[in-house]
Design a protein around this ligand. Sequence first.
Ligand code: P6P
Length: 338
Amino acid sequence: HAAEAHRTDLMTITRFVLNEQSKHPESRGDFTILLSHIVLGCKFVCSAVNKAGLAKLFGLAGETNVQGEEQKKLDVLSNEVFVKALISSGRTCILVSEEDEEAIFVEPSKRGRYCVVFDPLDGSSNIDCGVSIGTIFGIYHMKDGHESTLDYVLQPGKNMLAAGYCMYGSSCTLVLSTGTGVNGFTLDPSLGEFILTHPDIKIPKKGTIYSVNEGNAKNWDGPTAQYVERCKFPKDGSSPKSLRYIGSMVADVHRTLLYGGIFLYPADKRSPNGKLRVLYEVFPMSFLMEQAGGQAFTGKQRALELVPKKIHERSPIFLGSYDDVEEIKALYAAEEKE
Ligand code: P6P
């Protein structure tokens, strides 16, 4: 009967968010409306990404498609979809996108109380070889009645109300936290609905996988080099960790969240702040990791304590299983003392 009940009692992401909303009687449902527009964007990008390969096959891509229209690059298309969906929700005031140099200030008639920071299609360089890619987003709440200024998005990640990602891979999976744990939803294309498939995700306390681009090893600082060395040649006689690196953040983080282990994008001599962007890569993934019982560290501090000064600022990041991140924190602390 339980299986039967499960099949007929479909917990869609919309129902799930409404349940969450009912815990806040004062809520006017604005957040639910905002999320439903983000979900709409994810559904659209999912279908566009899945068709992209096909388009390439029939040579529709390149410059023009059969209608003779300019074939937009997927990340540009995805960005337009999310910007339009977020503005049309009437619940946003500032948008920061990886694709736009400047922040978007929503016109007063459509302005709401939320600021959304997002990477519409992270890892898009991987599309042509079929590697999973994704949308990453974070949501800040803006105090009522203030003029929209950049200060509302240059906040530490711990002030985020919600964060999540949608991974476009063998299935379309949306992982979301609104501050009370992490839940995963899988798109059922026949229903066009995201169904709760991973309730209350908790990351294993310690993992057996490390995930880093070993090609940058020459440029790593001491603690990172030491940590990776330990992963490969453990001193305590334990077995070496496995290396898994996809090179698409959403895919690497999703595997880390479900299987455990640590994902590293360290600083190196060429890029002292690493490569990943604070607002719409580091913060949302760090928020999710902490909500799932893991942690996230920049090499200097808890990632969510960082206060960005610029909207496209970068930071080194070490995130994943609590104990694994604890180990690299100790190495950085020891270097601090020297
Ligand atoms: P590297 C993809 O380009 C991306 O922004 C992230 O999705 C990914 O984690 C990282 O860069 C990979 O960078 O230098 O290892 O190729």
